[in-house]
Design a protein around this ligand. Sequence first.
Ligand code: UFG
Length: 327
Amino acid sequence: MTNILVTGGAGYIGSHACKALAAAGYTPVTYDNLSTGWAEAVKFGPFEQGDLTDRDRLDQVFAAYNPAAIMHFAALSQVGESMQLPELYWHNNVAGSLTLLQAAAQAGCLNFVFSSTCATYGDQDNVVLDEDCAQHPINAYGKSKRAIEDMLRDFETAHGIRHVVFRYFNVAGADPDAEVGEFHQPETHLVPLLLDAAQGKRDALTIFGTDYDTPDGTCIRDYVHVCDLVDAHVLGLGWLEVGKGSRVFKLGTGSGFSVREVIAHAGAVTGRDVPVVEGPRRPGDCTKLVSGSTRAEAELGWTPKRSTMDCMIADAWRWQKSGHYSA
Ligand code: UFG
């Protein structure tokens, strides 16, 4: 069996990636410090607890498993937090990725699949957000991910690390078997917050800003199902395995949903009234982030299968009702 090192494999996207890797015949080796992940989410391969910035621990894990590739998900990912505590993002995301890349280069593990974000684009009105357009992130989270993309290019030149970079739009949904799902403590993401509110587990969802320059005044995002997203990662791994060169792919559906539209879908799918209140803007939020995945579809053969808003909410709803990991 081929070992793949999955950093952040105990987290939301990483745990789904482990399931997809196991289904494709790989052994996913989770490396996670459990700062935001859950040991219970590691179900599809071995677990090695450790921090990205711990070089000795990383060297041990590379020596023990000799992974053929790395899928790098481990990161802090809250836009709002990154504006208040940017130092956490530069330390964990940037310094942590640097340590990981140094360990990988020394171990001769030269295939790297990286979880990046459309937050690296920033607010660019009237610009088609494609893989080659300029990146102007407006929050420290996006800046940290752009820095890692730069680092990867330098590590390829100097040390031969070939990489596939995925820039995600907003990820939602859960494993349809509800073996793994989305569970953050504290939760900050729109869909799980809405579903908690629908279950009466929180009072009401606050809409962050109703005065944006959009048809209904709320921010617009492009949502992609987590299972479709991780399928793309397995295809990206195959891309590197057959010797293709480093490439950036963005992953979205091309359909934008405003916050109010997501709320309406959540109400329709759950059959519950979702209580909401209107609040001020959240610092760091872009007005609109929407794109498609033309390159991923054409070159990787990626086809989103579950990325309709109703399917994402239905899968997330099934998971949230089945009970999550113990907090
Ligand atoms: N929102 C609310 N109220 C809430 C939470 C969110 O109105 O309580 C709004 C946000 O303002 C935003 C939208 O819902 O307009 C989505 O917010 P999320 O926090 O769910 O997601 P973000 O768009 O902030 O960020 C997510 C990921 C990032 C990624 C980004 C790309 O967390 O890692 O998508 O768009 F970079």
